[in-house]
Ligand binder design. Structure first.
Ligand code: ZN
Ligand code: ZN
Length: 215
């Protein structure tokens, strides 16, 4: 599921070895553009020559591309709710996925400061974001910046870690995983950032291949 089509969320597709394989079956869910065009055509605008040699149709195996409107649907045994959340530069979704026992909310790019400073200065607690995260076991949230950095980085359309944690607290989630890290922040700095917050909720740093045991 792609929350939106910014570079940093689609450039990995052709290098995703588990799917780009003759014997693989892959369904990509991505936002339906709000201008009436087909979602896969919008993806192909950036994923085609001269920008890139491989088009979505050229990927190996069986790929299908499904444009999503906001709402709730069943996908392979999971209940999936998608909703628009504020993020600069095109339609962007947050996602809530549940198997009936555990629930994960995934809001990879979110710029709540676009809709106002909110009570703490790092952005409004947006109703869509609160609804998606409501009592989730895990909230995986954009935390590219710190509240201090936000003043000069706001133009990039991302959230402060402080917002992600406070949103999780307001929504009653058990755990917040800070995600979409600032590229030049070191592992030690990320751990220190996570440790600067007091539970609840539990706060830790998302990393590739991380496995969580949920209740
Ligand atoms: Zn983005
Ligand atoms: Zn992003």
């Amino acid at each position: 599921m792609l929350s939106h089509l910014h570079w940093d969320h689609v450039h990995g597709l052709p290098f995703f070895e588990a799917a780009d394989r003759d014997d693989a079956r892959t369904t990509v869910y991505l936002p339906d553009p709000d201008d009436g065009s087909k979602a896969v055509d919008v993806l192909a605008r950036g994923m085609s020559p001269p920008h890139f040699p491989v088009r979505p149709d050229d990927l190996r195996g069986s790929w299908s591309f499904v444009g999503l409107a906001p709402g709730t649907l069943e996908i392979e045994g999971y209940t999936v709710t998608v909703n628009e959340i504020p993020h600069k530069g095109g339609r962007t979704y947050g996602v809530r996925v549940s198997d009936g026992e555990s629930t994960v909310a995934y809001l990879p790019d979110h710029c709540p400061s676009d809709v106002g400073p909110g009570p703490h200065g790092w952005g409004e607690y947006h109703a869509s974001a609160l609804a998606l995260a409501d009592h989730a076991d895990v909230l995986i949230h954009d935390a590219q910046f710190t509240a201090r950095e936000l003043a000069t980085k706001r133009y990039l359309g991302h959230a402060a870690a402080e917002y992600a944690v406070a949103l999780g607290r307001a929504a009653g989630v058990t755990r917040v995983l800070l995600f979409h890290h600032q590229p030049d922040r070191t592992d030690d700095a990320l751990d220190a950032l996570a440790h600067s917050f007091h539970a609840p909720p539990l706060v830790s740093v998302a990393s590739e291949s991380l496995v969580l045991d949920l209740p």
